[in-house]
Design a protein around this ligand. Sequence first.
Ligand code: LMG
Ligand code: NDP
Ligand code: PMR
Length: 398
Amino acid sequence: SMRIAALPSSSTAAFQENSSGMWSSSIVKASPFLGVRLCEPKHFSSQSFSFNPKAKCITKPQLQAIAAPVETKRAAPEARRAGLKSSVIITGASSGLGLAAAKVLAQSGEWHVIMACRDFLKAEKAAMAVGMPRENYTVMHLDLASLESVRQFVENFRRSGRPLDVLVCNAAVYFPTAKEPTFSAEGFELSVATNHLGHFLLARLLLDDLKASDHSARRLIIVGSITGNTNTLAGNIPPKANLGDLRGLSAALNGVQSSPMIDGGQFDGAKAYKDSKVCNMLTMQEFHRRFHEKTGITFASLYPGCIATTGLFREHIPLFRTLFPPFQKYITKGFVSEDDAGKRLAQVVSDPYLSKSGVYWSWNKDLNSFENQLSEEASDPEKAKRVWELSEKLVGLA
Ligand code: LMG
Ligand code: NDP
Ligand code: PMR
């Protein structure tokens, strides 16, 4: 049975089903990336702190311009399904990075955003509060901490009849102060269950839908982070990410017969989060190796910068929440606002120039995107394969 009506009438107002059963929109608008033509990024590798100041790509004024919807009558080179918007699912679009990216994409007029959220009302209110045009988004229920909910979401999405052009795995939870682990519906430690396992099942199931899209830029984006990367300063703040020999993951992270931690160690909420981000980055690369050539789908990850003000830190002590933003802004200079981070994610979703697969995108001081290096563990193909296979078992795909 359906948990939630998939398509609120307000969101479907601009759409009619035509005779061929495809959704068509009464709003016809097409332009290159959000109406702003982006210059080609220089593909250079960078160590964590060495940036190429000469790299010429998206500039700050351009980034600001992206926020405003730009009307153009010119057809984009990749325009297809004439008049139909591109379709993107964003998990966890009810706050922070996901909401900011949803806003940019919905306001561009080029995208219909499916906000895949665990709290329907919160998502609806958030969309309204940031001024997303009603006809450009749909809220659908998804609780990543329940594999049944993930399967139900996929069913509901398919029933909506919309195509899937891009999937963004963005939602996450972080329990830095928890002394004891908590668990998902299936009994997996909650941060790895939500951030990695729920998304793993979702992405595997929706791969068929991405394959079926006729969009020129079909993408699967999995949000990563710097803190899982031990080749950076931020990745060396204890506790450090480390998946070890995966003994906890292979024993199902249930905290009863096995440790709740992937490496089999004592529970540590901050480490569990960082480990889950390593899984996200390994999963993106394994998808790339297994499916990029066969399907042409772009698989990518990103570190959008330190968005120190988001709900991710809601469980942290108040002192941390007060000091963390100024610390990142004035000391590490790694701070990025929710709006700017949203533009970065929107860029990875829709910029025709960021179409390379298998890439972990970051942004340098001059706000240029570049292909960053992952840590040794987060780029280990053997580990990626084993995480993939163990995860398949846990989510019931193998
Ligand atoms: C872990 O501890 C716990 O183990 C875990 O269980 C969990 O609770 C987790 O986050 C939650 O925290 C981690 C942390 C705890 O431990 C440390 O950070 C230890 C520090 C180890 C130092 C590593 C060395 C790295 C090299 C240092 C070089 C310094 C360079 C400075 C930067 C240079 C950049 C180029 O620690 C804490 O929880 C403490 C909270 C720290 C939060 C950050 C706030 C810092 C406050 C600084 C003041 C800022 C004020 C702003 C002022 C603006 C002024 C204009
Ligand atoms: P927020 O807490 O603001 O957003 C997280 C979103 O995930 C919320 O919408 C939340 O829903 C949703 N969510 C949590 N649990 C579930 C669940 N079980 N099912 C469905 N949705 C769920 O954090 P951020 O915006 O900061 O985080 C977004 C992404 O960015 C994460 O992947 C994070 O790892 C990454 N990131 C963040 C950085 C930062 O500095 N903030 C840095 C690097 C990466 P609800 O609104 O209902 O709580
Ligand atoms: Mg970190 C260049 C330095 C840098 C960057 C980019 C980050 C990002 N952090 C940096 C440095 C430091 N941090 C230093 C020197 C310290 C010691 C004071 C420090 C501490 C710290 C804590 C306690 N930082 C943190 C925490 C968290 O609880 C956050 C975390 O690890 O969440 C998992 C965090 C973060 N620092 C970052 C980023 C991006 C985060 C948060 C979130 C994430 O990766 O998703």
